[in-house]
Ligand binder design. Structure first.
Ligand SMILES: Cc1cc2nc3c(=O)[nH]c(=O)nc-3n(C[C@H](O)[C@H](O)[C@H](O)COP(=O)(O)O)c2cc1C
Length: 384
C-alpha cells in the first residue's frame, strides 16, 4: 500500500458512482473556502503583511525550480518515511500551527478536528498556543500520531513554564518556539476591518485553562479582563539571552520556528536547540522579505545534518513538497491549505487534502525516478 494508491481508491469510488466530495486544485480549494468563511476569518487567514509581496513570493518561488525526471529506475515501492525525534513518520509532512484553526469549523472545535485529521492520516499536528480548546483536549484527539506544541513565549515566565509543562504532560513530543511573532505584523486587511480574533476573546483556551493565567486575572474574570491580561503578556521579545531559560523548561526536543539566516541556525544549534524550522510565517509577519524557500538551502547547509530542518511557507502541492525536500528540508509543513480544507469539508476535507498531498508527492517521486527521500537532493532540481 503506497500513498499514491489513494488515486485508485478515488477512481474506484467514481466507478461505483461516488465522485470526490472535496477539491483537488488549490485555487479552487482556496476560493470555495474563502466563500464559506466569515469575513473576519477570510481576511485573517488569507491576508498577510504589507502588500503581501512576501506572501506571493513564497508561492512563486516553487515555480522557479523544475524537477528533472530520471528514467529506468522505476520502483513499485517508495519510501517516504522519515525519522523525527525518535519517531518514524510514514511521510515527511506536518500540519503547521494555525492559531485560528479552532474557529474554522462551525462548532468552533477546529483544533480538535485538526487533531482528528492528524490521527486519521499520521500527519503530525503542531498545535498552536492560540487554541479554542485546551491543549490537553486537542492532544487527546491525535490518536497514535505524534503531536508537537507551538509556544508563543509569554512575558510571564511562569506562564511559559506552565504551558510547556502542560504540553509535556499531555503527550506532545516537541516544543516549537515561534520567534517571529512576539508582536503582530502590519496586516492591512485586518487593520482595515479592525479584525484581530484574540482581541475578541477568541482562541485563548490555553490561557483561560491555565492556573498561572488564572492567578494573573484573579477569580472569575470578565471577558475584558481576560483579553487585557492576554494583551499584557502575549509576546515576549525573545533574544539569545532567553534561550538557555527556554532550554531549561523541558527535556523535549526544542525547535525554533522562523529561522531564515544560516548564522541564526548555527548559533541555535550551538546553544542546544534540537531542530530548526525555516519559515517566514507565510508572509504574515514582515513584508519585503524574499521567499522562505530561497533561505532554505543556506539554512540547510549551516545545519549540516546536525538536526532536522522543518520548512513551511508557500507549500501548496505535492510538487512543492518534493522540491522543498530536494532543497534539504527534513520535513515540510502545510499551513493555509489544511485550514481551508477543514473550513470547507470538516475532518473529511482535511483528511482528503492531506492524503492528496501525500499521494501527489509519492506519485511524483514514482514517475520521476526518486523512490526514497534520500534520492531527493539538489541534483533533482534545475533553477529556471
Ligand atoms: C491563519 C493563520 C494562523 C497562524 N497561526 C500561527 C500560530 O499560531 N503559530 C505559528 O507559529 N504560526 C502560525 N501561522 C503560520 C503557520 O504556522 C505557517 O508558518 C504558515 O501558514 C505558512 O505559510 P502558508 O500557509 O502560506 O504556506 C499561522 C498562519 C495562518 C495562515
Amino acid at each position: 500500500m503506497s500513498f499514491g494508491d489513494y488515486q485508485i481508491e478515488l477512481y474506484l469510488g467514481a466507478l461505483g458512482g461516488v465522485l470526490p466530495a472535496h477539491p483537488f486544485d488549490y485555487d479552487e480549494l482556496e476560493r470555495n473556502a474563502l466563500a464559506a468563511l466569515s469575513p473576519e476569518l477570510r481576511t485573517y487567514i488569507a491576508g498577510g503583511a504589507g502588500n503581501e509581496a512576501t506572501q506571493r513570493a513564497n508561492v512563486a518561488a516553487f515555480e522557479r525550480y523544475a524537477l528533472v525526471p530520471r528514467m529506468l529506475r522505476a520502483s513499485a515501492e517508495r519510501d517516504l518515511s522519515v525519522e523525527l525525534f525518535g519517531r518514524r513518520l510514514a511521510s515527511p509532512l506536518l500540519m503547521a500551527p494555525v492559531g485560528v484553526i479552532g474557529l474554522c469549523t462551525p462548532d468552533q472545535h477546529g483544533d480538535v478536528h485538526a487533531a482528528e485529521a492528524s490521527a486519521a492520516t499520521g500527519v503530525p499536528l503542531i498545535g498552536s498556543t492560540l487554541m479554542s480548546d485546551p491543549l490537553e483536549e486537542v492532544a487527546a484527539a491525535t490518536g497514535d500520531t505524534p503531536a508537537w506544541f507551538q509556544l508563543y513565549t509569554p512575558k510571564n515566565r511562569d506562564l511559559a513554564a506552565s504551558l510547556v509543562h502542560r504540553a509535556e504532560k499531555a503527550g506532545y513530543e516537541a516544543i516549537v518556539v515561534t520567534l517571529d511573532t512576539w508582536v503582530p505584523g502590519w496586516r492591512p486587511r485586518d487593520l482595515a476591518s479592525g479584525n484581530f480574533p484574540q482581541l475578541r476573546g477568541k482562541a485563548l483556551a490555553n490561557y483561560t485553562s491555565d492556573p498561572v493565567f488564572a492567578e494573573m486575572t484573579g477569580p472569575d474574570p470578565d471577558p475584558g479582563t481576560v483579553v487585557m491580561t492576554w494583551v499584557g503578556t502575549f509576546g515576549h521579545p525573545v533574544t539569545w539571552e532567553d534561550l538557555s531559560w527556554l532550554r531549561s523548561l523541558t527535556d523535549l526536543p526544542l525547535v525554533l520556528k522562523g529561522i531564515c539566516h544560516p548564522d541564526d541556525a548555527r548559533r541555535a544549534l550551538d546553544e542546544g536547540v534540537d531542530g530548526i524550522y525555516c519559515s517566514n510565517h507565510g508572509g504574515r509577519q514582515a513584508n519585503g522579505g524574499g521567499a522562505a524557500l530561497d533561505w532554505l538551502p543556506d539554512v540547510v547547509a549551516a545545519v549540516d545534518d546536525r538536526a532536522p530542518v522543518v520548512f513551511d511557507s508557500g507549500v501548496r502541492t505535492g510538487a512543492d513538497v518534493v522540491k522543498a525536500l530536494a532543497l534539504g528540508a527534513t520535513a515540510v509543513a502545510v499551513g493555509r491549505p489544511y485550514a481551508y480544507a477543514l473550513a470547507l469539508g470538516g475532518v473529511a476535507g482535511a483528511v482528503h487534502h492531506l492524503r492528496s498531498l501525500q499521494a501527489e508527492t509519492d506519485l511524483i517521486m514514482a514517475v520521476d525516478g526518486y523512490p526514497t527521500l534520500a534520492d531527493l537532493t539538489a541534483d533533482c532540481l534545475r533553477r529556471l
